[in-house]
Design a protein around this ligand. Structure first.
Ligand SMILES: [Zn+2]
Length: 243
């Protein structure tokens, strides 16, 4: 490293509004404690094209000039998908590093296979690792705190009273304190709260959980992130649409 990172703000001085916890899902790409949800990047057109070009390749005579040309086309398709995905992850991580002084995410290296279907797991977790690596260096470069937490049970634990709750399909509903909310939002709050504990920050009893969590969230299509360079859009503050 040839450049020195700027100093991070003292933990005690950080406004709760400058802190964020981010949950990752398979359907929604990211869901955070500010109610911003970013959908997975839709690369289906690109994948269709790749399949088409691969089919064409299989019909060419092996190692002929036409085969070689088509092989290059297929390679370009692969590269295009890779580039778009990376671009998306850069924009998403830029957004969080720029907007917040403290960012908490799950450390998915220790997460088992139990929470996602096998086939979608590898791609999703590879992308998530790329994302957290980007986020970590960007936070470091800007002088923001970055913390990775144990992901076990973040979706089951009640963000309000810590009781372990049954895993509902989409809604978190706590039998102990009657707290209800979006499952991913509940998880994001658990992630932030674990991050604060890990950093040794005691957070007040009046965590924003009570006020912020019950609000529904409108997912933001990944396209908006890619186009606008920020997933913030108009959802924030007006995220009250039910379900
Ligand atoms: Zn509860």
């Amino acid at each position: 490293m040839d450049t020195e990172s700027p100093a991070k703000p003292p933990l005690g001085d950080i406004d709760p509004e400058e802190m964020v916890g981010i949950d990752v899902g398979i359907l929604k790409y990211a869901h955070d404690t500010d109610g911003t949800a970013v959908k997975s990047l839709d690369l289906s057109d690109e994948r269709d094209r790749l399949e088409r070009e691969q089919r064409k390749l299989s019909r060419k005579e092996y190692e002929s000039n036409n085969w070689e040309k088509q092989r290059q086309t297929v390679a370009e398709c692969h590269l295009d998908i890779k580039r778009k995905r990376r671009d998306f992850l850069h924009k998403l991580s830029n957004y969080y590093a720029r907007e917040y002084e403290l960012v908490a995410v799950e450390n998915l290296n220790v997460k088992g296979m139990m929470e996602s279907p096998r086939n979608s797991h590898n791609t999703a977790s590879a992308a998530w690792n790329t994302f957290t690596n980007m986020l970590e260096y960007k936070c470091e470069r800007k002088g923001a705190h970055f913390v990775e937490v144990d992901p076990n049970g973040t979706t089951k634990e009640c963000a309000q009273c810590s009781v372990e709750t049954p895993l509902w399909v989409r809604e978190h509903a706590c039998p102990a304190c009657d707290f209800k909310g979006d499952r991913n939002a509940n998880a994001a709050w658990n992630i932030l709260s674990r991050g604060l504990t890990e950093l040794g920050v005691g957070h007040s009893e009046g965590t924003p959980v009570e006020t912020a969590l019950p609000a529904g969230t409108t997912p933001v299509p990944a396209k908006c992130v890619v186009e606008a360079g920020s997933p913030v859009l108009s959802e924030r503050g007006s995220a009250s649409r039910a379900g």
